[in-house]
Design a protein around this ligand. Structure first.
Ligand code: BES
Ligand code: ZN
Ligand code: ZN
Length: 473
């Protein structure tokens, strides 16, 4: 689907209905047609060459009414025998939201379907009485860059685990980096051994698919000499999480191809940042491995030595993400970034706490977490802070090592997992670090908002916006 700015005559006019208030300038025929269908401004109603889309109103802060309304209407519009549709926009913010609803709501994972869905709809025209067409075009282009990146992330995450192995994701990163002109280093197992990444290596041991650490670097081409922010992003890239010897029950194992969502999001953020040519230095570190079972699998009772020399008692091999991230966070700390963010489908507990729709935001800098939440909200993603406290920190003390990979209580374990990660962030970066748990929103089995079935690309929009803010600050 293409979005263009012009006011050419289209096959279908999309009319937005806010707060159930139908437009005043309707003709008698239109009014009669709507009355006949008993349309009062909720949901979608189709009359002649017009489709009315009701935008829900809420009496609490919610960023996505317009995005969701547009995304929800897409299937209906695509079924019509039309090639073009047009929509009139009042302001730049609505333009952005409409474009996001269209680009993100239009994705579907059909690579393995013999029969692909077909639609004649090719182009949506955006026009406005109040906005200059150049400004409108700029918004469309920006949203398109971000959404192309998000849909690419979704496609990799949705790819089945037999294909999307650590090597596949690493190759994908190499290919993308080449296209985008950014640096991509792919490090193999030997490098992990040299770096003494004992935690990461243990997780990967039982898989016949070798682990990789990918380090992407984006630097703006015409750096102005002015200091630019340096941001390091670390992504959990478990291309499959069977749980390892602490094997997951069958029901919980399905969808675990999506345990690579953090790493894929990081790849997508680098793609978006490069496409937008943002004025920041951005590093993406992808910890890619598969958590499997086998004769040489790591075991509950093992004691691992992480890159930063801390010893970790393993009590549950299903708490593997934090082990991979531990070594990646230590590696990323050496880059001395201004901000360090990790993105991970880390805990089921985060989903229990916040629901399927929100990102859990954690860290030692409450102000930074709050500012992230505001930015995420403006970008159309839901998030909430889960606050650290010293009682939860104590829960992963070990009798035989420096730390234990699971806490002694399952209550609050999204937070204790976050605090575990903090042990591997360099001291001087503690205030510059945020942990984002995307276990809830990364993958959906029932479409919601702008997210069709499958991977969503959660956190990409928020973090791109976060980077943009750090450039301005
Ligand atoms: N990848 C899972 C977390 C997860 C759960 C992601 C549901 C997406 C949806 C993670 O590796 C895991 O298994 N965590 C365990 C930790 C426990 C063993 C302390 C969990 O959340 O149950
Ligand atoms: Zn696990
Ligand atoms: Zn996992």
């Amino acid at each position: 689907m293409k979005i263009l700015t012009n006011d050419k005559k289209s096959d279908l006019e999309i009319v937005l209905v806010f707060n159930k208030k139908l437009p005043k300038n309707l003709t008698k025929t239109q009014k009669d047609a709507l009355a006949l269908r008993d349309y009062k401004g909720e949901g979608v109603c189709f009359i002649g060459e017009q489709i009315f889309i009701g935008v829900d109103s809420y009496n609490y802060p919610f960023p996505n009414a317009l995005r969701d309304a547009i995304a929800n209407a897409i299937p209906t519009i695509k079924k019509l025998n039309i090639a073009t549709a047009s929509i009139c926009i009042e302001d730049l913010q609505s333009a952005k939201e409409v474009c996001e609803g269209l680009f993100l709501g239009d994705y579907s994972f059909e690579t393995y379907k013999s029969k692909k869905s077909q639609s004649k709809l090719k182009t949506i025209y955006l026009h406005s009485k109040t906005i200059e067409s150049r400004a409108l075009q700029a918004v469309i282009t920006e949203v398109e860059h971000i959404c192309i990146s998000i849909n690419a992330v979704r496609e990799i995450i949705n790819t089945p685990p037999a294909i999307a192995t650590p090597e596949y994701v690493a190759n994908m990163a190499t290919k993308k980096a080449k296209e985008l002109g950014i640096t991509c280093m792919v490090y193999e197992q030997k490098f992990l051994e040299k770096e003494k990444m004992g935690a990461f290596l243990a997780v990967a041991k039982a898989s016949s698919n070798a682990p990789y650490l990918v380090h992407l670097t984006y630097k703006p081409k015409n750096a102005s000499g002015k200091k630019i922010p340096k941001i390091a992003l670390v992504g959990k890239g478990l291309t499959y999480d069977s749980g390892g010897l602490s094997l997951k029950p069958g029901d919980y194992m399905t969808t675990m191809k999506a345990d690579k969502s953090g790493a894929c999001a990081v790849l997508g953020i680098l793609e978006a940042v490069a496409r937008l040519e943002l004025n920041a230095e951005v590093h993406g570190i992808l910890g890619l491995a598969e958590n499997m079972i086998g004769g040489n699998a790591y075991k509950p009772d093992d004691i691992l030595i992480a890159r930063n020399k801390k010893s970790i008692e393993v009590r549950n091999t299903d708490a593997e993400g934090r082990l991979v991230l531990a070594d990646c966070l230590s590696y990323a700390s050496d880059l001395k970034p201004d901000f360090l963010l990790d993105i991970a489908t880390l805990t089921g507990a985060c989903v229990v706490a916040l629901g399927d729709y929100s990102i859990g935001v954690m860290g030692y800098n409450a102000k930074l977490a709050e500012s992230f939440n505001k930015i995420a909200f403006s970008a159309g993603e839901l998030s909430a802070t889960l606050p650290f406290n010293p009682y939860l920190r104590k829960l992963f003390n070990s009798d035989v090592a420096d730390l234990c990979n699971i806490p002694s209580s399952r209550y609050g374990s999204a937070i204790s997992a976050g605090m575990f990660l903090g042990e591997f962030v360099a001291q001087e970066l503690q205030q510059k670090w945020l942990h984002l748990d995307i276990a809830g929103p990364a993958y959906v089995e029932k479409a919601w908002g702008v997210n069709p079935f499958g991977a969503t690309g959660a956190s990409v929009r928020s973090i791109v916006e976060f980077i943009k803010h750090k450039i301005k600050d």
